[in-house]
Design a protein around this ligand. Structure first.
Ligand code: ZN
Ligand code: ZN
Ligand code: ZN
Length: 336
């Protein structure tokens, strides 16, 4: 993620709603990929320094959980990220408003990287069959008033479902320990599930499927049985050819774990470049150079955290087979 500038010169960040130096309202324009300083006009309109007019996303004015903009001329009520959300939890229950806000924040970061990579991001409102949608749901374990007994995180036919409790730090860490995982975050979930969506659009039924199978295995292996086996067995260490233990469950999970990792890499390298932390120029288009920069950055990230007495933020090892899987992804996203 790059950083931005307010008209007063202050550096601003993707999540900001106001400039902390001059107090100007800020909003993100997904078409320009820019966090813009704004002036309030009458009628709820907002004006950027170049005179462009916007409205705030409806989730900004009603709930304060968004900082993205809608073009003043558009008939959309919600911004391009909130427009992807189909279902939200009951906001009068517990701290659901705060948890939903965290999920939307993670989703905006996902969408930003998808847009930077030039991937199509179309809501199901626009394309009911091929679009992307998100359901943020509770189950009875959290709210006895809802219908759903269990809500499992997953993707089906373009709809990504995430259990709201994944935004609750304590609940999520408890689950991470129970499953013996090294990394579990809302952003990681969303990036992983988006991988299943883009697999169906970029690999399945295309000429790249044979190459996919040579690297990841046959995606037609029984998916339900494979996941059942994975969760019935005690946690096991990550195999040499995999990015995570979960990637070993099924070829499609291996793909989605690698996809998430690729998005982690691209966003974090962009962030590092914005802070001049990379050895040499940022090179998101040159895969081998990006991997070298990434390995050095990962080591530094872990060492920095250890200096603060914190856990390693990058608990992964990029082996040769994993790098080749990531290269396949990179070539799909950046066709030459
Ligand atoms: Zn400012
Ligand atoms: Zn929004
Ligand atoms: Zn998955």
């Amino acid at each position: 993620m790059k950083t931005f500038r307010c008209s007063c010169g202050n550096r601003t960040f993707f999540e900001n709603t106001h400039c902390v130096s001059c107090g100007a309202p800020l909003g993100f324009d997904p078409a320009r990929l820019d966090l813009r300083p704004l002036k309030r006009l009458s009628g709820g309109l907002l004006e950027a320094p170049d005179g462009h007019l916007y409205r705030p996303c409806r989730n900004t004015t009603e709930y304060g959980v968004c900082n993205w903009l809608v073009d003043a001329g558009s008939d959309q009520a919600y911004c391009d990220s909130c427009d992807l959300t189909r279902t939200i939890p009951a906001l009068d229950h517990d701290n659901n408003l705060a948890l939903w806000g965290l999920l939307e924040e993670a989703k905006r970061r996902l969408v930003y990287t998808l847009l930077v990579l030039g991937l199509p991001v179309v809501s199901r409102r626009v394309d009911p069959d091929g679009g992307l949608g998100f359901d943020f749901l509770e189950d009875r374990g959290r709210n006895p008033a809802v219908m759903e007994e269990h809500v499992l995180t997953g993707h089906a036919h373009g709809v990504i479902t995430l259990n709201v409790k994944e935004a609750d730090h304590l609940a999520r860490e408890t689950e991470r320990h129970r499953l013996g995982e090294t990394y579990r975050t809302p952003l990681g979930h969303l990036r992983h599930e988006s991988g299943h969506y883009y697999f169906e659009r970029m690999v399945y039924g295309t000429s790249r499927l044979a190459e996919f199978r040579a690297l990841f295995g046959n995606e037609q292996a029984d998916y339900g049985a494979a996941l059942e086996r994975h969760y019935a067995a005690p946690p096991k260490p990550t195999g040499y050819a995999y990015i995570s233990a979960y990637a070993m469950a099924h070829p499609l999970e291996d793909w989605a774990e690698c996809w998430a990792h690729y998005l982690h890499m691209m966003d974090t390298l962009e962030t590092a470049a914005a802070f001049h932390l990379l050895d040499g120029a940022p090179s998101l288009g040159d895969f081998d150079h990006a991997v070298t920069q990434w390995l050095n950055l990962g080591i530094a990230l872990n060492a920095l955290n250890r200096s603060l007495g914190m856990l390693d933020p990058y608990p992964f090892v990029l082996t040769r087979p994993v790098v080749e899987k990531l290269r396949f992804l990179h070539q799909l996203v950046h066709p030459s």
